[in-house]
Each structure stands twice: as structure tokens, then as C-alpha cells.
Design a protein around this ligand. Structure first.
Ligand SMILES: [Zn+2]
Length: 221
């Protein structure tokens, strides 16, 4: 069992709202595993808006967080199933730092997307001990979020693309606010069959012009 001063330090390093470290383990070849406890006893019912403290079921899951030095960090979190004492609705509480049904913290996802923009999916996956599929899911989630978000004070727009190495067929068109260095739009694109073949003499130039058009088409956000 960890001492209080160790836990205090761990909490300072973790720096996440709504949870605290109650124990930790370092497993060789895997990384640091922090066991977390929810600090809020009361949870707001999404159905009626009242708070409830009635626990229906514990639901422990492991979520990947930002690495600490060379060590990978995993958080053991409890996504509690609660029962509302007012309307009897049963629901899973929402954690601020991780999406529903996802196993990476939001700040970890943010870091990975930054890396992907400067590299490619295959290399980032390898470097971070992730699958290419996992990174694609992160990009798709981001794209879904950005559809409803409107960029504010956008002055310089940059267009980039992220190739999906595995299939070669799909790629992502990314719109970046160059002043803020922030992604403001992300669309998954599929190249038409005629543009996929690298054997065609004019393949390269046609592919690039197709991609440019696709990017410009999205710049009206
Ligand atoms: Zn309720």
C-alpha cells in the first residue's frame, strides 16, 4: 500500500479533476498503474437533472494516460453505474477526462493527434505502442466533435492531410487554424479507384489535384 506522501505526489502529478489516486503499482514491461477513486459522491442524473448517490454497480476500466518519462501510464477508473432515487433511471456516470466507451484520456488523444499531424499514423502507432486502428478511432471522434464546433476568429487556414498507410485508400483532410495551431476541421476521404493506382503515369499529379480540391471544398467551415 502506498504511503500518504507518495499518494499526495501522485495526485499532484496526475492533476485530474474529480478523481484521486488511492494506490499505484509499477509493473515491469507494462508501466505505472494508478488506481483512482471518484471524489464526487453525488452524480447528476441525465434523465431528470437531480443528483443521486445511489450506486447501482461498480464498473472498473483501465484507461491509458500520458506517459511519465519512459513509463506508460494506465488509470484504473470506476465508471460507476448509478441509480437515480428520483426517477429510478439507471445510468453510467460521465467522466470529464475520458470519452464514453473509450480507453484513452482526452489529453492523451490530443497529444497523439498532434504527433500524427507531424508524422503519420503508422509511425505514431509504433512509437506509442498503439494500433493504427486506435489512432483512426481518435481521428474519427475528433471529426465528429468538430462538425458541431464553429471556429472563432479564424484568420489563416492551413490544409493538411493524413494518409492512412494500411489501406492506402482513405486519408484525412485536416484543416488547421495556423495562428492557434489548432485543428478546426477533419474529414475522412476515400480516393476514387482511378486515382489509387500508383502504376499510372499521371497517377501522382491527379491524386494531388484531387486532394487539393477535396481540401478546398471543406474550407468553407
Ligand atoms: Zn433521475
Amino acid at each position: 500500500m502506498a504511503s500518504n506522501s507518495e499518494l499526495y505526489l501522485m495526485n499532484q502529478l496526475l492533476n485530474l479533476e474529480g478523481v484521486k489516486v488511492i494506490d499505484y503499482r509499477i509493473i515491469e514491461g507494462i508501466g505505472i498503474i494508478l488506481s483512482l477513486e471518484n471524489t464526487q459522491k453525488k452524480v447528476v442524473c441525465p434523465n431528470c437533472g437531480q443528483t443521486t448517490e445511489l450506486l447501482h454497480q461498480n464498473n472498473f476500466q483501465t484507461v491509458r494516460d500520458l506517459s511519465f518519462g519512459q513509463q506508460l501510464v494506465y488509470l484504473k477508473v470506476n465508471r460507476r453505474r448509478m441509480r437515480c432515487t428520483h426517477c429510478q433511471n439507471k445510468f453510467t456516470e460521465k467522466l470529464e477526462f475520458v470519452r464514453r466507451r473509450r480507453v484513452h484520456t482526452l489529453r492523451f488523444v490530443e497529444r497523439i493527434i498532434e504527433e500524427v499531424l507531424n508524422s503519420d499514423i503508422k509511425n505514431v502507432a509504433k512509437r506509442n505502442n498503439l494500433s493504427e486502428q486506435e489512432i483512426e478511432t481518435m481521428l474519427k471522434d475528433l471529426g465528429t466533435d468538430l462538425v458541431t464546433e464553429k471556429p472563432v476568429n479564424l484568420k489563416k487556414l492551413g490544409i493538411d492531410e493524413i494518409a492512412v498507410v494500411k489501406g492506402q485508400r482513405n486519408y484525412y483532410v485536416v484543416l488547421v487554424d495556423l495562428e492557434k495551431g489548432k485543428v478546426v476541421g477533419l474529414v475522412e476521404k476515400s480516393a476514387p479507384p482511378a486515382l489509387r493506382s500508383p502504376q499510372r503515369k499521371d497517377g501522382a499529379s491527379r491524386t494531388s489535384s484531387h486532394r487539393k480540391t477535396a481540401g478546398l471544398g471543406c474550407s468553407s467551415v
